[in-house]
Design a protein around this ligand. Structure first.
Ligand code: HEC
Length: 455
């Protein structure tokens, strides 16, 4: 199982949000141009207007979804291609198949845009991510029918296979505004809630919020549940193992209302350590049986949320987190953090450099999670097993510095005493100065994070 994840969001999203245009007279000019193929119309009238702001080369959204919907590329990105989403891939879906009606049932694209079936989407497929367009309103009923027609006719690249008049139906399905419900508090454990908080129209909001747990003894967490109001892009829990935690119970935004970067927020997170995170709105993750994370007494978590609002109205965000605990006596293994930071970094100006660093460990370890951290010049990060029968096996890969996946291993990777990992990271230093290890987003890092337990 793989949970997609994000770490240290030092990102400066340069996303230009454009609106959904739905005035009926817009369909007029296309009707005149008989020569356009059905797919050309899908491109210019639907993808270009609703999807390409995110699904184009260079955005973090495109890296996260591995999907480009720009003109000239979108057809090959969609048709007869496997989804990037692990759950959809495991269910045997294609983004779009060419077998007509049968392909509707087998299409991940269709699942992702079919708002009217939202209950099925969220209830039956918790691993499928969010409905698309992310943080926006549904495509019009006409657009959805037009796309259905195109798929039923075998999803051709050329030719007219769908009736253009379908697009005249500009009504949209609106998700029922069911009040968001906080999770039922765990039978044993504790609950953290933040919000509701506002996200302004056509904007994004990323903040941190530190909460004391008020725990007078150590806690052993073996299951994490998260539920969020719609529109979330990511959510992460951090702790401060070496102290220096920020002030409690206040919203520390990355950007102020005028869009200026808040350097105090950036400074406040320098000592944080990744604990758990998700890009999905509903998550229920259990650690391997008998394994639990130890939360020391009287600590807290920094909650990091990033919301996207593409609508014209102020939206509310809200997050509810359950940390289920085990009685200490039931804990067989305490999960420990693997944290290998390689600070010997020197990246010459204007060059592509690959660094290889290895670590070995002096006890037998069961590693059940791995992720990485680097900054914006990192183009690829790989982790290989070092030593033993599986020596040289690639167990982790990312080409996304902003949203590295949190890869979980079941069964865990067993490293015998003296074995370890080799990390290989490639950086493209496009600046005119040598880059070295450092905390700011202009510096670089090379960190292997993970979770393990010992015998
Ligand atoms: C605000 C940014 C944003 C917009 C706008 C957007 N997407 Fe996405 N899309 C994402 C992100 C982020 C993901 C990955 C997370 C997820 O699947 O929920 C994604 C995932 C997808 C996937 C799954 C890809 C895979 O292989 O796993 C499809 C299909 C998709 N989007 C289609 C669309 C379409 C079609 C539109 C326009 C109607 C659209 N998206 C608009 C951000 C966006």
């Amino acid at each position: 199982m793989i949970i997609r994840n994000i770490i240290l969001p030092f990102s400066i999203l340069t996303l230009m949000l454009t609106g959904c245009t739905d005035s009926p007279d817009e369909t007029e000019p296309i009707m005149a141009e008989e020569a356009l193929s059905t797919y050309d119309i899908i491109q210019t009238e639907i993808w270009d207007k609703n999807c390409v702001t995110c699904h184009q080369t260079g955005t973090s959204f495109a890296r996260q979804s591995n999907l480009i919907l720009a003109k000239g590329e979108s057809y090959n990105q969609l048709v007869n291609r496997l989804p990037h989403n692990e759950a959809a891939r495991a269910d045997g879906l294609l983004l779009v198949g060419t077998k007509g009606l049968q392909s509707i049932h087998n299409s991940f694209l269709w699942e992702k845009i079919n708002f009217p079936d939202y209950a099925h989407f969220y209830d039956d497929h918790p691993g499928y991510g969010e409905l698309m367009p992310l943080g926006g309103q549904a495509l019009t009923n006409g657009e959805l029918r037009f796309i259905t027609e195109w798929i039923i006719k075998g999803a051709p690249d050329t030719g007219n296979v769908a009736n253009i008049e379908l697009l005249m139906d500009t009504k949209r399905f609106e998700l029922p505004t069911e009040p968001f419900e906080r999770l039922m508090p765990p039978g044993s454990g504790l609950q953290l809630n933040i919000g509701p908080f506002d996200i302004q129209p056509k904007s994004e909001r990323e903040f941190f919020y530190y909460k004391e747990l008020d725990n007078d003894e150590d806690l052993f967490v073996n299951r994490v549940q998260i539920a969020m109001r719609e529109g979330s892009h990511h959510f992460i829990l951090y702790d401060y193992p070496n102290g220096n935690q920020p002030v409690s119970e206040s919203y520390r935004d990355f950007y102020d209302e005028d869009g200026n970067f808040n350097i105090l927020t950036a400074a406040s997170v320098l000592n944080q350590r990744f604990v758990f995170g998700t890009q999905w709105r509903n998550v229920d993750y259990s650690f391997p049986a008998g394994v639990a994370l130890r939360i020391p007494e009287n600590t807290g978590f920094d909650l990091n949320s990033h919301y996207v609002n593409r609508t014209d109205e102020v939206k509310e965000g809200e997050i509810s987190v359950n940390l289920h605990t085990l009685d200490k006596s039931a804990v067989q293994y305490v999960a420990e953090n693997l944290f290998e930071s390689y600070e010997d970094i020197r990246l010459p100006a204007g060059e592509i450099t690959t660094l290889e660093r290895a670590s070995t460990f002096n006890e037998r370890m069961h590693v059940f999670q791995l992720t990485s951290h680097a900054h914006q010049h990192m183009t690829e990060f790989e982790i290989y097993i070092k030593g033993g029968d599986r020596n040289g096996e690639l167990v982790y890969f990312t080409n996304d510095w902003e949203h590295p996946p949190l890869v979980t291993f079941d069964p865990p990777i067993i490293l015998e005493k003296g074995h370890g990992f080799t990390a290989r990271a490639t950086y493209n230093n496009t600046t005119s100065r040598t880059l070295r290890f450092g905390l700011l987003s202009e510096d670089e890092m090379m960190i292997v994070f993970g979770a393990f337990y010992t015998d």
